[in-house]
Design a binder for this molecule. Sequence first.
Ligand code: GDP
Length: 316
Amino acid sequence: MIDRKSPVFVAGHKGLVGSAILRRLESEGFSDLRVVERKDLDLRDQSAVDTWFESERPKYVFLVAGTVGGIMANSTRPADFIYDNLMIHGTVVHASHRVEVEKLIYLGSSCIYPREADQPITESSLLSGPLEPTNESYALAKIAGIKLCEGYRRQYGDDFISAMPTNLYGQGDNFDEINGHVLPSLMRRFHEAKEEQQATVEVWGTGKAKREFLHVDDLADACLFLMDNYSDLEHINVGTGVDLSIQELAENIRDLIYPEAEIVFDSSKPDGMPRKVLDVSKLTELGWKARVPLSEGLTSTYKWFCDAKARGEIRE
Ligand code: GDP
């Protein structure tokens, strides 16, 4: 087990994943959590990151910072997605090596796998075929992150591990209708359609693409589990192993928020990868499995959205 009293750095603590990890570590009794605001440290700047690491000397690092977004953000801002993520992974991994961080976990994404990978996707299908074009820049940066961790382990023996989560959701997500991922974007669209009593709600693509959704609290739990129990070269998938079509997801969200609405598919928008479900047998064999059922996660996430909106924390 990693030491609960040592300094731990959560890089990206304001995001969906970082904030969930912080909550999980606090509830676990970690007593020396270190975070830094973006305005105080640009994680893309190696010398600034080195200086910060030299003064803070974290013993453990959760590297979950990065530029993220849904299918539209990925396809319209490929430069930001590749540059920001490549730089952030590079600076944090390198600085961690320099100050002899004892253990680091890096989070990638299930979009690293080839578009035509066999489903459910096993860890070994990495780099076995061409990527899905709508998120190629992000995927390439994420693959580079895996290879960084592998490289520092091979060359220097650093205990740097990589986990690949499936599509995530939960409190603190980006509910932007254009730039967010499907689940929060649809929640917002159904919510606003209900407020305005619109008869129909638009869902992008054909509705036939299939995705797997993991609640971010489950992911945070898995990250701590891996920090305590996993130390190897190969990256490891984190998911539920269960997927559903975007149509089914949209119906679940509609039934929760605005059952009277009619769903209309906009097939001029891309579907992205036809199917993306992870083979989670490696993690299951280690003794971890997801706990939050989708129905429960949707209800709690929607409640969080309504509360955050009432507090004025959701951008209009
Ligand atoms: P992806 O897993 O990288 O493709 O990420 P997304 O969460 O952005 O999209 C997942 C799927 O949901 C794609 O097939 C989208 O076309 C579909 N989708 C349907 N409606 C929406 C929406 O309002 N926003 C987003 N982001 N995706 C949507």
